[in-house]
Design a protein around this ligand. Structure first.
Ligand code: GRF
Length: 203
């Protein structure tokens, strides 16, 4: 039997998506193990969340490195040292250095709070609201060198209401993120994803 997929999680803040992955593993809905959690902010709530669950947790802050690239290389080395099969950027607020993306080609997934290719970037929920769309949602995609543009694995749709604020919309989307991110990782763990050009075919 093959070993459970070894996950390295990159996260910047709250860590509710990290928690959703950890819970899915506990419930045996996801056949994977979290081997390292890397956080790029010293005060992020996720650090305590991850330590409480006894996951190896490393804080790597860009300020402590001579350059952005050195910071990202350090994260890449850590992922390699932990023999990570799949990197999950779950609420990670940086664009990974292209060299790190290439080193883990096809082995990095990201969760984004919009229906890509609509509303890439850091303010997806506010942008969706301002545009006036009636539906938004979330996307799990493989990470490519271009921001929020890699092949799409799974998406989920939520309605947008007149009374919504960016916060209420973000909460509704987040509930779906917590479902599709573990589900997407499970598809990868079962070897059911094949990237063909822009598309991910699910076997
Ligand atoms: C999520 O909405 C994610 O899609 C976005 O940032 C948020 C992170 O939330 N990139 P959390 O840290 O997982 O709670």
């Amino acid at each position: 039997m093959s070993r459970p997929l070894r996950l390295g999680i990159l996260v910047s803040g709250r860590g509710s998506n990290f928690e959703a992955i950890a819970t899915a593993i506990e419930r045996r809905e996801l056949d994977a193990q979290i081997v390292v959690v890397i956080c790029n902010h010293r005060q992020a709530p996720v650090i305590e969340r991850a330590q409480r669950r006894n996951f190896p947790t490393v804080v790597l802050v860009q300020m402590d490195f001579p350059s952005r690239q050195e910071h990202h290389f350090a994260m890449g080395r850590l992922l390699t040292q932990h023999d990570v099969d799949l990197v999950v950027t779950a609420g990670f607020d940086r664009i990974l250095d292209a060299e790190v993306v290439r080193a883990f080609d096809g082995r990095i997934v990201n969760i984004h709070p919009s229906l890509l290719p609509a509303f890439p970037g850091l303010h997806a929920q506010a942008d969706a609201l301002a545009y006036g769309v009636r539906f938004s949602g979330c996307t799990v995609h493989f990470v490519s060198e271009e921001l929020d543009a890699g092949p799409i694995l799974l998406q989920a749709v939520v309605p947008v209401y007149d009374r919504d604020t960016p916060e209420t919309l973000a909460d509704r989307i987040l509930e779906e993120e917590h479902k599709i991110l573990p589900r997407a990782i499970q598809l990868i763990s079962e070897g059911r994803t094949r990237i063909e050009g822009r598309r991910v075919l699910l076997g």
